[in-house]
Design a protein around this ligand. Structure first.
Ligand code: UDP
Length: 237
């Protein structure tokens, strides 16, 4: 059976990399994520990845403690590069070809982001990672994920989280929370559901890029969503 999606953008939060640790990057989680990505790439799917930086630094948090917001945001963007490099290493240890592209020039460690080049890498079967967010302060890596997905014409954004979809209330706090299998963008906005920040969400909605929120911490889930057409998680259409 043909795969439902040919080109995907996977968004992972920085915080997910914490695992059980209080700070930094959990090696087991990193390895598991690399394995998940490898399994999908092996099916001939073109894969891009955007990772957040929340496990290391967030500009907003710095600003709350008195730091200049823009300075803090650039620190956050650098944090995403550290996470991206860690995932790149984990993928390469599994013999997956990768390219890391950065929105901020740092050519010793990553290529500058050039859209056409990114697409070429994907066509050649390399996993392409987009680091340093959008390269601009006051944005998030969710927005970077939406922007890049639209630019490179990804079929879908897969938001890998630790919950298994979009609920009408926080399932970690409310045991009666109800999950949506499919939901429209309008409903997400009307019900004020927290899928992505508004800038990121609006970009997807205006450009008709579907978003699937799913649990990335369950082994094999990514492949089930992308290759096996199984209805896992929640899809925003
Ligand atoms: N950031 C930014 N511009 C971007 C993307 C990220 O300024 O385009 C900064 C911002 O400070 C943010 C931090 O990088 O808090 C880490 O990204 P994010 O909070 O999105 O990470 P996640 O929540 O996914 O771990």
């Amino acid at each position: 059976m043909a795969n439902k999606y040919q080109r995907i953008l996977l968004k992972l939060s920085g915080e997910a990399l914490l695992g059980e640790q209080g700070h930094g990057i959990d090696a087991d989680i990193l390895d598991q994520y690399a394995e998940e990505i490898k399994a999908v790439q092996a099916e001939g799917i073109e894969v891009c990845v955007v990772i957040g930086g929340g496990n290391i630094f967030r500009g907003v948090k710095g600003a709350t403690a008195g730091m200049d917001r823009v300075q803090g945001d650039y620190m956050g963007m650098l944090a995403t590069m550290i996470n991206s490099m860690a995932l790149q290493d984990a993928l390469e240890r599994k013999n997956v070809h990768t390219r890391l592209m950065s929105a901020i020039r740092m050519e010793e460690i990553a290529e500058p982001y050039i859209r056409r080049r990114a697409i070429r890498h994907l066509e050649k079967g390399r996993v392409v990672m987009f680091g340093a967010g959008t390269g601009n302060p006051y944005f998030t890596t969710d927005t970077a994920a939406s922007l890049r997905a639209i630019e490179i014409e990804a079929d879908v954004i897969l938001k890998g989280t630790r919950v298994d979809g979009i609920y009408d209330s926080d399932p970690e706090k409310n045991k009666d929370a109800v999950k949506f299998d499919t939901i429209t963008g309008d409903e997400v906005l009307n019900k004020r559901l927290n899928v992505m920040d508004l800038t990121a969400f609006t970009l997807c909605r205006d450009n008709k890029t579907p978003i699937i929120v799913f649990n990335m911490n369950i082994k094999g889930n990514l492949k089930k969503v992308v290759c096996e057409n199984q209805s896992i998680g929640s899809t925003v259409v």
